[in-house]
Design a protein around this ligand. Structure first.
Ligand code: PMP
Length: 306
């Protein structure tokens, strides 16, 4: 993915894509002192608009603080850099990847003197699951669990958390599935390797409490859209046995958007009315000229499902 044309924002300047290289002795590479974001821009009336840009930027800054470092750019500068990357690459519909990491001044566990770097790349990436999304994705149960919050800063979108995500995703793909469903350390349902989980049980939306995994920005937007539709939203601990009670299941995430799930560990689900309604509402929300006003007007104009 490094040998292509384009521009990457790197520590304050736009550099050619092929030249955006950190040193091999970067602390972030050896000790996972790296935090990142995944954002998406949608082509709108005035060009590409990054959905929930400030929320992503603030989560990036918070992730850095959770790993003990300050990113040497404020939120306004990071927002502007994300927009500059889109514009310089001529992108409107795109995925953006800001990443901050500890540099190569020191290579030991202790690295308080390292410089903090920030880079932002953007590229076209229609959906996390590609063509599989249309028919619904198949999930396998992961062998690895999300760690307890006492064992890792689980609220951070930190590179280190993705070690077991990659292992789990590879195992799921080898078993012919699209993704893995990970449990939390207590055995409760947690999330997929890059997206949050929702179940529809008796007409209500149930989603695991994010106490040991990422509380997705898409997750929160979808909960809000459901409430506007007067769909009851229940955030709680959910045991795997309750998968048998669900009528519909779907995943949410910046790259996954709202993706129907058609199978979890051999159990089949059909994308139903609630999944389809929220897919459409989310698509309209992210493409609206003004996130809040447009969503309010649109949702007010439609009657809630009975
Ligand atoms: N969980 C994990 C592990 C993720 O990588 C992502 C994608 N960032 C999510 C959940 C969904 O988060 P968001 O909706 O903020 O993209």
């Amino acid at each position: 993915f490094d040998d292509r044309d384009g521009w990457i924002w790197f520590d304050g300047a736009l550099v050619p894509w092929r030249e955006a290289r950190p040193h091999v002795l970067s602390h972030g590479l050896h000790y996972a002192s790296a935090v990142f974001e995944g954002e998406r821009a949608y082509a709108g009336p005035g060009g590409g608009r990054i959905f929930a840009l400030r929320a992503h930027t603030e989560r990036l800054l918070a992730s850095g603080r959770l790993l003990g470092f300050g990113i040497p750019w404020d939120a306004a500068a990071i927002d502007a850099a994300c927009e500059a990357v889109l514009a310089r690459n001529g992108l409107r519909d795109a995925y953006l990847r800001p990443i901050a990491w500890r540099g190569s001044e020191q290579i030991a566990v202790s690295a308080r003197a390292t410089r903090i770097h920030l880079a932002i790349a953007a590229w076209e990436w229609p959906n996390l699951f590609g063509a599989a999304r249309a028919r619904g994705v198949r999930l396998a149960m992961a062998e690895w669990r999300r760690p307890p919050p006492e064992a890792a800063p689980t609220a951070a979108k930190a590179a280190g958390h993705y070690m077991t995500g990659t292992l789990s995703k590879h195992a799921a793909e080898e078993a012919g599935c699209d993704d893995a469903l990970m449990l939390g350390w207590r055995g409760q349902l947690a999330e997929a390797t890059g997206a949050n989980l929702f179940l529809v049980i008796d007409g209500a939306l149930h989603t695991p409490t994010p106490d040991c995994f990422l509380d997705g920005i898409t997750r929160r937007a979808v909960m809000d859209l459901a409430r506007r539709r007067r769909i009851r939203v229940v955030e709680r601990a959910i045991m795997p046995g309750e998968l048998a009670l669900a009528d519909e299941a779907f995943l949410t995430g910046t790259a996954a958007e709202v993706t129907p799930v058609r199978e979890i560990a051999g159990r089949a689900y059909a994308p139903g009315r609630i999944t389809e309604t929220l897919m459409a509402d989310y698509a309209a929300l992210v493409r609206g000229a003004d996130e809040t006003d447009r969503a309010d007007q649109r949702v007010a104009a439609v009657r809630p499902p009975s």
